[in-house]
Design a protein around this ligand. Structure first.
Ligand SMILES: *Cc1c(COP(=O)(O)O)cnc(C)c1O
Ligand code: SF4
Length: 366
């Protein structure tokens, strides 16, 4: 520790410092954690499978000794990642590479596309669903690929939304983001841009007034945040989220249900309430995709449905994220809702509600 009375810029609050000082190797992680034998073993194999990386900020939120800490399980690899599995273990579970008409564009749904602007993230989440692309050294989109992507969007007038994804788009510089957003918004049929990011969670100091003003300039821009656990919401991440909302950028949160991390109705409820207080709408609660190295983090669908059912009647509609599963091999998203329908007879439909109250709904007489 330096002399606390000396006025020095706080390096920890500089996102470029966070990025530069990121933990990448076993010895980096050993400075933050008492690693278990199993975790240490994972480092030896892991760099081939899926890179390891974390900001000092995010690593400092995780527990030094407790291997069950939710944040620790998200950022520290386990040896289970490298073992072979008997069930599903796919590199590209959503078959994105089959819906990849030009480099960096994923076009699966008619009116919206993903644009993968970089493969880099400041933290590599162990459960990442895009291991076929994320952290594969492809870097920021080249001028040539960006022009091909713009041309594709331009020629498909059905595209109303462009979703910047990756990797993490907010690891790009302000200037680069401004340039990309300006070009995309220049296409007349593009109505809005979404940005999918973990930056408010893992590197909140990246969110500056300058950044949010750039996003505001290209409105409407929606920010899709990605918090999985209440512990990820700190003073700094709260400030980051509020900065977006204060500048007219709606924030929606997407989470993934993960075993022993957030797989209980209480964990989801606590996170949702904390987000709502910051004016962030819980949007999706994803079933973990069968991506390679993630088997030990998967929750059974039955369990996810029971979490949703427990939340359904007891949490406000605003706090309720939509449970969604991506059908492996490119089937698309399916929304999953509790089934309260008991069947019908001659235009009369029978229901039993979330707390057991029965009722009928009658169709109009023809
Ligand atoms: C999830 C996803 C979207 C966005 O879907 P919404 O339901 O509109 O949030 C768009 N494209 C792809 C390929 C996706 O996987
Ligand atoms: S931030 Fe997103 S793309 Fe990056 S590792 Fe995490 S889940 Fe994957």
């Amino acid at each position: 520790m330096g002399n606390p009375t000396k006025l020095e810029p706080n390096k920890q609050l500089d996102w470029k410092w966070q990025s530069r000082k990121s933990l990448r190797s076993l010895s980096d992680f050993e400075q933050y954690f008492d690693l278990s034998v199993d975790e240490k073993k994972a480092f030896a194999y892991n760099q081939d499978l899926f890179q390891v990386r974390a900001t000092p900020y995010y690593a400092s939120l995780a527990h030094k000794t407790d291997i069950n800490c939710p944040i620790r399980q998200i950022l520290v690899p386990q040896f289970k990642e490298v073992e072979a599995y008997k069930t599903q273990s796919l590199k590209d579970p959503l078959a994105e590479r089959q819906n990849n008409p030009v480099p960096r564009i994923i076009h699966r749904y008619k009116d919206r596309v993903l644009l993968l602007v970089t493969d880099f993230c400041s933290v590599y989440c162990r459960y990442c669903t895009r291991k076929h692309f994320t952290a594969t050294g492809q870097a920021v989109i080249s001028k040539k690929d960006f022009h091909l992507a713009l041309d594709y969007i331009y020629k498909h007038s059905e595209i109303k939304e462009v979703i910047l994804s990756g990797g993490d788009p907010l690891t790009l510089s302000d200037e680069k983001l401004d340039e990309l957003l300006y070009a995309i918004k220049g296409i007349p049929h593009v109505e809005l841009i979404r940005i999918g990011t973990r930056v408010p969670t893992v590197m909140p100091m990246r969110v500056t007034e300058k950044l949010v003003k750039i996003l505001r300039k290209h409105k409407p821009v929606f920010l899709m945040s990605h918090f999985n656990h209440r512990k990820e919401i700190t003073d700094l991440s709260s400030q980051a989220l509020e900065l977006f909302v204060d500048h007219g950028i709606p924030v929606m949160n997407q989470m993934v249900l993960l075993k022993n991390i957030n797989d209980s109705a209480d964990a989801v409820y606590e996170l949702s309430r904390a987000l709502l207080r910051l004016r962030v709408k819980p949007y999706y609660m994803f079933q973990c995709d069968p991506v390679v190295g993630t088997e030990h983090l998967k929750v059974s669908l039955e369990k996810s449905k029971s979490i949703q059912r427990e939340l359904w009647g007891h949490s406000s509609g605003l706090a309720m994220p939509n449970l969604s599963l991506d059908i492996p091999d490119g089937g698309g998203k399916v929304g999953i809702v509790p089934d309260f329908y008991q069947g019908s007879e001659a235009g009369t439909h029978f229901f039993v509600g979330f707390d057991g109250v029965k009722g009928v709904y009658k169709d109009p007489v023809e």
